[in-house]
Write a protein that binds this ligand. Structure first.
Ligand code: TXA
Ligand code: MG
Length: 359
């Protein structure tokens, strides 16, 4: 199959350009598209064969359900068995946006997207291109991240092409994703509210919104550890290794810049006599400290990707997967990525980093 890239302006998309992709979706084919979080690999959610094809193309385990993407809260409500004040408050605050809500689905609902569970995950993207595509397809789109299972999620069209070339008819190129990590997933089921995956909407955001609405409901947070294969996790995806580049990922720990720098220099000294090829994913501050204590020759050996640490953890999260993929292309054997505190979007960043470093 030949894969065609359709380039669209993410801020002012021309709807006409999306028609061939929407027609392909209606015919039961898969389309890769941008969202504000990461690129998705979509099919019409009610088309069982097309959804089954997503699992095949990704090499995704059959027990790992998909998120359905919709255009409005009104349409979102159609998937769930019931609706209540918590759902109302959360969706009013966070939809459209990087927020996925899992609740019990309608008993009559049948789609391989749910992997046989009695719950369903739905989200409303805010990306203009995603919204136009769903509208043009006429139905909600089931879509996981557009990576081959286990790899880092693609956050630009070329990274998506790397995994999907020849496997889908269309990849819509809407530029780089604004968040760079997948949506925050919240499960509201059997009286328990749980943040299964942290993302651009933070635990602090959710707690504040509940508090402002006068809802006294605790928010549980799932850990970042991988579960053993024989355990049933609340989010099936939690038992699989995720987000991993080919290079071995290490976490550069320390409570401040100085400590991290000292740790890094120690590691570098240990390999400096050897022929090594390392990548670094570090903040501007650390990169500058490093530049002042290494020789130009030593610095040149390192494949450094920087993020603007001062601008908050969101910048670190946004560039992480793209850095993994580009360093893989440069053939680095090891990636050292800077640890950040887990406040706000730091939780999403550290969640992805810990999983990439596991295993
Ligand atoms: O930002 C995102 O959420 C992106 C874009 C494309 O929208 N999508 C995405 O999908 O990250 P995926 O399939 O890579 O991750 C979805 C996660 C998986 O870990 C899956 O196990 C979990 O959501 N999930 C989906 N439905 C679920 C359900 N009914 N119960 C528990 N977990 C569910
Ligand atoms: Mg994924």
């Amino acid at each position: 199959m030949k894969t065609e890239l359709i380039k669209v302006d993410p801020l002012n998309p021309n709807k006409e350009l999306l028609i061939p992709a929407a027609e392909a979706l209606k015919r039961g084919e898969l389309v890769c598209f941008p969202t504000e979080t990461v690129y998705g690999l979509g099919a019409v959610w009610s088309d069982a064969e097309a959804v089954a094809e997503i699992f095949k193309v990704k090499g995704r385990p059959q027990d790992n359900p998909l998120i359905v993407h919709e255009t409005s809260v009104e349409r979102m409500k159609n998937y769930y068995a019931s609706w209540d004040q918590v759902a109302e408050v959360l969706t009013k605050a966070f939809c459209p946006g990087p927020f996925t809500l899992i609740m019990k689905h309608h008993s009559s609902l049948r789609s391989p997207a749910t992997a046989g569970l009695d719950t369903i995950a739905v989200r409303i993207p805010e990306h203009k291109v995603t919204r136009l595509l769903i509208e043009a397809a006429g139905e909600g789109l089931a879509a996981p991240s557009a990576n081959i299972s286990g790899r880092p999620s693609p956050t630009n069209a070329l990274d998506a092409l790397e995994d999907l070339n020849g496997k889908v008819p269309y990849i819509i190129d809407g530029g780089a994703c604004g968040y760079g990590v997948e949506s925050s997933i919240v499960s509201w089921n059997e009286g328990k509210l749980e943040l299964l995956r942290p993302g651009g909407i933070t635990a602090e955001d959710i707690e504040r919104v509940l508090d402002e609405a006068g809802l006294d409901i605790p928010l549980f947070r799932a850990g970042s550890k991988l579960l053993p294969a024989d355990q049933t996790p609340r989010a099936p995806g939690m038992k699989y290794r995720h987000y991993a580049p080919k290079a071995k990922v290490h976490i550069l720990k320390g409570s401040g810049c100085r400590e991290k720098l000292a740790a890094l220099v120690l590691q570098l000294e240990a390999v400096s006599q050897e022929d090594f090829c390392w990548g670094l994913y570090i903040s501007d501050e650390l990169a500058e400290e490093l530049a002042s204590c290494l020789s130009a020759d030593d610095l040149k050996k390192l494949h450094i990707r920087r993020f603007a640490g001062e601008l908050s953890h969101a910048e670190a999260a946004k560039g992480l997967f793209a850095a993994f993929r580009s360093m893989d292309r440069e053939g680095v054997s090891d990636i050292w990525a800077e640890e950040l505190d887990t406040s706000l979007v730091g939780a999403a960043y550290m969640n992805r980093l810990l999983k990439a470093a596991a295993g």
